[in-house]
Design a protein around this ligand. Structure first.
Ligand code: SF4
Ligand code: SF4
Length: 558
């Protein structure tokens, strides 16, 4: 039964320019003298180097481990010696350099132990498959660079459908097409591994209807693999049909929620190149160290090459017969979503799918590549072309005015930067550049806010600690004072005892005084004297030192 397809809003039809690079077979790059491996080639935290300058490394050896759970390790793509770990020009719209591991190649291409060893994939459990995919450093090769193992984790059993994205809708880019042409059976095997890793059966393979040859090859591969749960679907050739959200809508009629992910609606989407990389990693213990890349434009021979990750772009241009001296511009990516390189010594990374050289981009006359633009005439053409249903002119106005709250109200972060609005704008306004600028500014503000929140928390904790230390200090002083007071009370007690003893001593002296005028006493007088003596004696008995106790005021008492 034919699957019903749905249309997404907007989109544009573009000249394809695919034939130039698909008319010759896939080539291999000559080994460059240096391999430059940026530590940040994926979404998430940069990888952490585990090698040092001067160290010899082998092909497939881990040279940087994943920075955390949202990260991916990086492997040496050939053997050689680590020259340095330092900042180097990379492929980024900002043109800023970034930390890279630079390896001087030795031409031996000597592999690390176990590299390329065949493995019985059917013996591996779901957990072992995921762990191997993680260890192989595989990320989304379609351009996003999201660590693949995270997209294959399906513990909550929310994902029910796996889509293989074979829709390569941007002009010039042909690497997935050539991969399907040469490795359709391996791609289907990779898809089976992904189904097992996800613990699901349902898979849809989507290919544009302008690739009949690849469609046929994939059909044969599915048949030979005997996998009836895979459905092959032809989708219309319209840009950007290969966008993840647009493809899901075309195939299922479901819309991924604003700022949501496909897994929110039970779907996960993977690229053809990623699927092939998974197959090589699981079946042959080959980490991600190379990929197919289209080199097109002002070169003698446009071609798809199997390129080692970390190869300088200049090396590829030279190999395809480009003259670096006459270059005016090199785009990494396609003409719609790519960006101009500031330095062609920047290396290709895991997410690089195309290098577009020089004046060829005039065939797709993007306003963002032109040097002038006119005022917006509010024609609304950009809104009609937007495949996400945004209002590009409003986004443009607010991004230009730096009103970053408003621009988010208009769902800036749903923009996939497809460039359709740019392409149709009669005023040639570089709209996407404004959106990229606004996104970067908002991320920067959020970073700054996070940093200032951290600083404030630190300051508050510092104040709290100072207050606590003050209280502890005061408590210690108080205890010390009490100890001193306590000691002086003891002294008082001793003094009181001394005084009491002195009084006793004096009374005793008094008691030893010889009585006077005691002659010729009457009986009555004698009796009074004896009674007085008895009372004195009794009193003296009572005043003996051992019977004296001292109260807290320091006065003696019984
Ligand atoms: S297409 Fe260009 S000129 Fe027309 S509304 Fe959009 S931004 Fe303005
Ligand atoms: S670049 Fe963004 S705003 Fe412009 S058409 Fe594409 S999704 Fe819409």
């Amino acid at each position: 039964m034919m699957r019903r397809l749905y249309n997404f809003a907007g989109g544009v039809r573009l000249k394809e320019h695919k034939r130039e690079s698909t008319s010759s077979p896939v080539g291999r790059t000559q080994l460059p003298q240096k391999i430059i491996l940026p530590l940040h080639q994926h979404i998430g935290v940069p990888a952490k180097p585990i090698v040092n300058a001067g160290e010899r490394v082998l092909k497939g050896q881990v040279v940087a481990e994943a920075g955390n759970n949202i990260s991916a390790p990086i492997h040496a793509s050939t053997s050689g010696t680590v020259l340095a770990i330092e900042d180097h020009p990379i492929a980024h719209p900002s043109g800023l350099p970034a930390r890279c591991i630079i390896i001087k190649t030795d031409g031996k291409d000597e592999a690390a132990g176990g590299y390329g060893a065949p493995c019985d994939t059917s013996a591996l459990t779901q957990e072992q498959l995921n762990a191997a995919i993680k260890q192989a450093g595989i990320v989304g090769l379609g351009g996003a660079g999201f660590p693949t193992y995270l997209k294959l984790a399906n513990e909550a059993k929310k994902i029910t459908t796996l889509i293989l994205n074979g829709v390569e809708c941007e002009p010039y880019i042909t690497c997935d097409q050539m991969l399907m042409r040469g490795h359709s059976a391996d791609i289907v095997r990779g898809l089976v591994i992904m189904q097992r890793a996800l613990g699901i059966k349902r898979a849809i393979i989507a290919i544009e209807n302008n690739k009949p040859k690849e469609l046929e090859l994939m059909q044969e591969a599915i048949y030979e693999a005997g996998t009836p749960d895979m459905e092959l679907v032809q989708v219309p050739t319209v840009y950007p049909a290969g966008g993840e959200k647009q493809l899901i809508q075309t195939l299922t009629g479901k819309e991924v929620p604003s700022q949501g992910l496909p897994m929110d609606i039970g779907i996960v989407c993977h690229n053809v190149g990623t699927t092939y990389a998974i197959y090589r990693a699981i079946a042959f213990n080959e980490p991600l160290i190379s990929r197919y890349i289209t080199i097109a434009g002002s070169v003698a021979k446009a071609q798809v090459l199997d390129v080692l990750i970390g190869t300088p772009v200049s090396h590829l241009i030279e190999q395809c017969g480009g003259n670096r001296k006459t270059l005016s511009r090199v785009i990494m990516g396609g003409p719609m979503m790519g960006f101009a390189l500031h330095d062609d010594e920047a290396p290709v990374v895991k997410t690089t799918n195309c290098i577009l050289v020089n004046s060829v981009i005039s065939d797709v006359p993007l306003p963002s590549r032109s040097n002038f633009s006119l005022p917006c005439i509010r024609c609304g053409a950009c809104a009609d072309a937007c495949p996400v249903g945004l209002l590009p002119q409003q986004l443009y106005w607010y991004a230009r005015a730096r009103d970053f709250d408003k621009v988010q109200d208009y769902n800036l972060f749903d923009c996939i930067e497809c460039g359709c609005c740019d392409y149709v704008c009669p005023s040639q306004i570089p709209l996407v550049q404004y959106y990229r600028y606004a996104k970067t500014a908002i991320w920067q503000q959020e970073n700054e806010k996070t940093l200032s929140d951290i600083s404030r928390q630190r300051h508050e904790f510092h104040k709290f600690r100072q207050e606590r230390e003050k209280q502890e200090r005061e408590l210690r002083h108080k205890q010390k004072r009490q100890a001193v007071d306590g000691a002086s009370t003891q002294d008082n007690k001793k003094a009181a005892i001394q005084a009491a003893m002195e009084r006793v001593r004096r009374k005793r002296e008094h008691s030893d005084v010889t009585p006077k005028n005691i002659d010729n006493l009457t009986e009555q007088q004698q009796k009074l004297i004896e009674e007085a003596d008895a009372r004195r004696k009794k009193k003296l008995e009572e005043l003996k030192p051992e019977k004296i106790t001292i109260n807290t005021s320091g006065r003696e008492s019984e």
